[in-house]
Design a binder for this molecule. Structure first.
Ligand code: AMP
Length: 212
């Protein structure tokens, strides 16, 4: 199954995509995670992406499309995948459609949350260097500021500061939200799920709607 997770930053795409990918036994491919790893490792790609990401703008299509195409060509993606954070604009969606074979994508999941809730969620988000995600009110680690899974110290992403979050939301509305109309025009099934609720409830709603 080839799925796409759409929705604004902070909608819970990453959290939900990890769970759905485990249930379906397919890889979760998140371009934001891949880019943060490249920044942390100071690779040439990471060095180019760092400032753009910190400002909440989009990394150039050339860099991201190449990175994503290399990833979906790996053997573990041959039976399907969940894309999270890609495509982010119509140019990326067109590049993806050209690369995938005739079967293309199976469906998109669109997670919706209003803007005030997004800002609240993202500005309280804390992340570990291995990309495990917590929230200072909604999903606290057992020990303050320490990841439950690997014991790493949690930090706030540069692009999770409130002013940058507002820019990321503008970028989403301008460049990424038009993908909903783009995919509707291509007759891709789009399953809309309310992103407010418990993590388990939302997970169940997603699994039900994609298997219906
Ligand atoms: P995310 O973890 O999906 O919120 O992404 C964090 C940041 O990484 C974004 O604000 C962008 O700067 C960059 N990024 C992630 N995915 C893409 C993409 N498909 N195209 C361009 N930039 C991206």
């Amino acid at each position: 199954m080839r799925l796409l997770f759409l929705g604004p930053p902070g909608a819970g795409k990453g959290t939900q995509a990890v769970g759905v990918a485990q249930s379906l036994n397919i890889p979760h491919i998140a371009t934001g995670n891949m880019l943060r790893e490249a920044v942390a490792a100071a690779t040439p790609l990471g060095l180019q992406a760092k400032a753009v990401m910190a400002a909440g703008d989009l990394v150039s299509d050339d860099l991201v499309i190449g990175m994503l195409m290399d990833r979906i060509a790996l053997p573990d993606a041959s039976n399907g995948f969940i894309l999270d954070g890609f495509p982010r604009n119509v140019a990326q969606a067109e590049a993806l459609a050209t690369t995938l074979d005739r079967e293309g994508l199976d469906a998109a999941v669109l997670i919706t949350v209003d803007d005030d809730e997004i800002v609240r969620r993202i500005s309280g988000r804390r992340t570990c260097p291995n990309q495990h995600v917590y929230h200072q009110d909604d999903n606290q680690p057992l020990v303050p500021d320490v990841c439950n899974i690997d014991g790493e110290t949690l930090y706030q992403r540069d692009d999770d500061q409130e002013d940058v979050v507002r820019n990321r939301l503008d970028v989403y509305r301008d460049q990424t939200e038009p993908l909903v109309a783009f995919y509707r025009s291509m007759d891709l099934p789009i399953h809309e799920v309310n992103g407010v609720g418990s993590m388990d409830e939302i997970q169940r709603a997603i699994l039900e709607t994609i298997s219906a």
